[in-house]
Design a protein around this ligand. Structure first.
Ligand SMILES: [Zn+2]
Ligand SMILES: [Zn+2]
Length: 287
């Protein structure tokens, strides 16, 4: 396998201009990348102009980057039962899907949301309902990838079973546009051990049994400052948290996960330098 075929990269800033993310991503060795199509901290983005779409598609065509995925904004909480916030969340999610659609981005990673005290089952019901509303309002090809969470506060989706429950709760026509993004930091913090060869295999097998690996369309490669089962969502650079560096070697060499894009979201004051180093390391891990 040539390094070009190893589907690894990082989150890349598109703050300057959407199409500029390609050059930034290439400069640190990304083969795949994740971007925001608008600020991650706002409800709605300004309309993407035809000129921007053209520039983005032209850059994508020329680029060595094989796939772009997007992460939805952090304000969105479709599990909420608070009328104003859920209205804004649905509107924002529809905007996010439509932005992906016009840019030709196949996957939008979404945090399932927090029930804010209403209870887990109520929250999951809300997520199912509002996912259907958003997908109905934004027909197209872009899929929502529900990200597994660490389980901090009243966050939902920290158990694989909950993600499965959400997907299964949606009608078949919407289910086709739903997948999973597996975050290693969140999984570990939520109590899924991946620190020994046996526990790693067991967790991946469990994920396959509960959800099916064919539904996992993206992986976030992050180490965790929080201990196993701590439910603390704090990403760490690879090798600096509680997940052994070797775990990332198993992931990179796991044939069942080979076709899934793998994205770093590790923290640093100098993210570009860290990600360049980690992308290189991950590529070297592949034997
Ligand atoms: Zn996320
Ligand atoms: Zn993540």
């Amino acid at each position: 396998m040539t390094t070009k075929e190893i589907l690894v990269g990082s989150h890349v800033s598109s703050a300057v201009a959407l199409h500029s993310a390609f050059r930034r991503g290439e400069s640190i060795g990304c083969v795949v990348m994740q971007i925001f199509t608008k600020s991650g901290r706002s409800w709605l983005g300004s309309k993407i102009t035809d000129k921007e779409v053209d520039a983005f598609k032209a850059a994508a065509k020329k680029s060595s980057i094989k796939m772009v995925i997007s992460h939805a904004g952090y304000l969105i909480n479709i599990a909420s039962n608070k009328t104003d916030s859920v209205k804004n969340s649905i509107k924002s999610l529809i905007d996010e899907i439509e932005r992906c659609e016009i840019l030709g981005i196949p996957y939008l990673v979404l945090h399932p949301g927090s029930h804010l005290g209403a209870g887990e089952n109520k929250g999951i019901e809300q997520i199912i309902n509002n996912t259907e509303i958003a997908l109905e309002a934004s027909p197209g090809k872009t899929m929502i990838l529900l990200e597994n969470m660490a389980g901090q506060g009243t966050n939902l989706g920290y158990k694989f079973d909950q993600l499965k429950q959400i997907i299964d709760g949606c009608k078949t026509k919407y289910r086709k546009r739903l997948g999973i993004c597996l975050d290693t930091c969140h999984a570990f913090a939520a109590g899924y051990d991946i620190s020994t060869p046996e526990s790693y295999k067991k967790t991946i097998k469990y994920l396959d049994e509960v959800i099916g690996l064919e539904h996992v369309k993206a992986i976030h490669l992050n180490d965790s400052y929080g201990a196993l089962g701590s439910r603390i969502d704090r990403h760490a650079p690879l090798g600096e948290g509680k997940i052994p560096l070797q775990t990332f070697e198993w992931i990179m060499n796991d044939k069942k996960l080979a076709d899934i894009p793998k994205i770093l979201e590790t923290p640093s004051d100098n993210e570009m330098a860290l990600w360049a180093k980690e992308i290189k390391l991950l590529k070297q891990m592949v034997v």
